[in-house]
Design a protein around this ligand. Structure first.
Ligand SMILES: [Zn+2]
Length: 448
């Protein structure tokens, strides 16, 4: 078995791994490269393989940095199948359709054939070629056995085990943190080689155990001081998690009822997909959702059209506004920020990682003034963070996950992390678990 690390080596995003086995070639993930921009120009460059020769693509989960180059793969001649869990397919449809708009907006002036690659027709074509599998259903291809395990990262997410005659390889995809809705990550099965994500390889989640208590305090303050609480959150997973925790606090009378605006049509569409798959939830969440539909509660109001934004502005404090994108890199949240950031009665609560260069990062680092559409805004709002709502395992959780298999694993390859995260995690694994670790470079090939 040969593996080529075609993406996900230099950064967290752009996961793309080519596997050659006997006379078949297939991929694991085909993700968009995203740094400060939603979409980098490299995404339109040729793949380091011929897409026509690829038989199939295994998809770990529906985040754009794992599926966002599928349209390009089809455009370049791929004719095989996509394989994933059923929720991943459903979510991928919404994420790809939404990406069409965003990528077109960002790249339309670059002469890159964007509209020919990212359009509804291509998404349709991709979905027609998309086959679904259950966790633990074994797919047999020649002498290979492929198995999906629950990664607990987002709905339907998987880590994937590939077994040939004499070895087993696991691709971690992204591995979930403690999630209010989903089941925890399944234990790592016996394997010889592990391709491991390292997003939080050098960090520890603060306040992981008591994040809901902190959220409770922040909401209590919002109500007592009649504030507007703005929570920028990604439409997929983070919006669902945060809204679920807030509603749970209200329904259990830990905090008084308060108006919540969900200012993200994509998040609502994703909620509808969640509704279809309660068997993927943990017991507590399953019981909760049997009795309630989060987006139909009378104190939760959905803002479908951008023109309805006045409803948020006109509603008197206290109120909570959940809007995306999570790092303030565009989307509805920009309008929210423009309207509320100069008001001392506003709290902005960050619940996820803010990448370098993003507006979210600047605010977290204490910026006193910011520019939006060339207009200056003074930051009067109070900035708070609760970053342990992250969807990724931190260093400790990664080590704990590998620990039971430390005598079986021959080597670990670190991917999907920034330079420092990989370096720190490498030493930690070597030191503490005694496993050999390599950090592959872009397009490196290894023979297993
Ligand atoms: Zn992910």
């Amino acid at each position: 078995m040969k593996i080529k690390f075609c993406g996900g080596t230099e950064e967290v995003t752009g996961a793309n791994y080519l596997i050659e086995y006997k006379d078949i070639k297939f991929l694991i993930d085909c993700g968009l490269i995203q740094r400060e921009n939603v979409c980098e120009i490299e995404n339109f460059e040729d793949f380091p393989y011929n897409p026509e020769e690829i038989k199939f693509v295994l998809i770990t989960h529906a985040h754009l940095d794992h599926i966002g180059r599928l349209p390009k793969l089809f455009y370049d001649g791929f004719k095989g199948e996509i394989i994933s869990t059923l929720p991943t397919k459903d979510l991928a449809k919404e994420i790809l359709l939404d990406a069409n708009k965003v990528i077109y907006e960002k790249c339309k002036n670059l002469n890159l054939n964007v509209e020919k690659i990212y359009n509804e027709e291509t998404v349709e074509k991709i979905l027609n070629k998309w086959r679904t599998v259950n966790y633990h259903e074994i797919i047999k291809i020649e002498d290979l056995e492929i198995e999906f395990f629950d990664a607990g990262h987002i709905l339907g997410s998987a880590f994937i085990k590939i077994k040939d005659e004499n070895k087993k390889v696991v691709f971690s995809g992204d591995l979930g943190n403690i999630d209010p809705i989903l089941k925890p990550t399944e234990p790592l099965p016996n394997c010889d080689y592990l391709i491991l994500e390292s997003t939080y390889g050098d960090r520890f989640h603060e306040n992981l155990e008591n994040r809901k208590d902190i959220l409770e305090d922040i909401i209590e303050n919002t109500i007592k001081e009649k504030r507007a609480l703005i929570i920028p959150a990604f439409a997929l997973e983070r919006s669902q998690e945060v809204l679920y925790d807030i509603v749970d606090l209200i329904e259990n009378k830990k905090v008084p009822e308060v108006k919540i605006f969900l200012d993200s049509p994509l998040a609502v569409r994703i909620f509808r997909i969640y509704d279809k798959y309660p068997e993927f939830f943990n017991e507590e969440a399953k019981n909760f959702f049997v009795h309630r539909d989060l987006v139909d509660l009378n104190y939760v109001e959905i803002i479908y059209e951008a023109e309805e934004f006045y409803k948020i502005v006109n509603f008197p404090n206290p109120k909570i506004i959940i809007s995306s994108s999570g790092m303030l890199q565009g989307g509805r949240i920009i309008n929210v920020i423009k309207n509320f950031i100069e008001d001392e009665k506003t709290t902005i609560l960050f619940v996820g990682y803010q990448t370098k260069g993003s507006l979210g990062r600047k605010l977290l680092e204490g910026a006193k003034e910011i520019y939006l559409d060339n207009e200056k805004y003074n930051v009067k709002a109070k900035i708070e963070k609760l970053l342990s709502y992250s969807g990724h395992k931190d260093q400790k959780a990664l080590i704990d996950w590998i620990f039971p298999r430390r005598f079986e694993i021959k080597k670990i390859y670190l991917v999907q992390g920034e330079e420092n995260a990989k370096r720190v995690l490498k030493f930690k694994i070597q030191d503490y678990l005694g496993i050999n670790v390599e950090i592959p470079y872009k397009n490196q090939e290894i023979d297993l």
